[in-house]
Ligand binder design. Sequence first.
Ligand code: GDP
Ligand code: ZN
Length: 281
Amino acid sequence: MVGIVIKSTGSWYEVQDAETGRIFRCRLRGKFKLNDKKITNPLAVGDRVTFHQEDQSETCIITEIGDRTNYIIRKSVHKTAHGHIVAANIDQAMLIASLTMPRTSLGFIDRFLVNAESFRIPSVVVFNKWDLLEDDERAYIEEAVGMYQSIGYKTLITSTVSNLNIDAFYELLKGKTTLLTGHSGVGKSTLVNTIAPDLDLRTDIISTFANKGKHTTTFAQMFELEPDTFIIDTPGIKELGMIELEAANISHYFPEMREKLNQCKYHNCIHVNEPGCVIKQ
Ligand code: GDP
Ligand code: ZN
């Protein structure tokens, strides 16, 4: 069988059979080697695998791991020089932001976007809780939305209270695997709850999203909203993984700088103090 890893605890995996949608509890074949010695886990949520049922047993054995289109990696909690793969094969990363209760800063949004660029994952920023905003705050969000859209990012303004753009939110997710992130309290579980058609799934999502701060689960988990539509919840991971960039390379991850880089006359320019730098201008 072939399927997708929807949950991983490190020692066992839940794999959803691509054909039937059934979920199997799996182990990885013992002699599986890590190609990259700097990685602590061979398999992550989102990985496509080949597996089969063990003789007279409920559990399955994973025998093959498919190539990844992308993955998010962060520093291992246990071995600091090592990376831990959080999730793989992600179509888009979605940041849920809000201006108040709690506030998501533009700096935080930028770091999210830069991280997503570094993992080569398209990103979307959703500004939720529009109903709470005064006119001047709305103008501020509209300006930010215009700015992000002008450099090519998808954005959306939503409210679960006034049902603003809930259909558009659903359309953004449809047919894709989306990693959902954002500060605790911005409305991630409420938004998903509003569109998730399946009641059991709904409570499942709520319970994991609601476990904020309790450290009960730090494992990424994938939820099927409908066939071919998945969201990945990554509890406890705010910054969308780990990146270590050279100062001279950071501008490569800002689309509006990237498009002008070849016009900058300096080699290894960091576009901060260099006189006549095109990016600064
Ligand atoms: P999460 O931690 O990101 O999953 O956030 P929750 O979904 O638990 O939402 C936190 C609080 O914000 C809850 O009390 C929600 O009812 C509330 N909330 C969610 N969306 C909105 C919204 O659009 N407007 C307002 N005013 N409150 C919202
Ligand atoms: Zn420059």
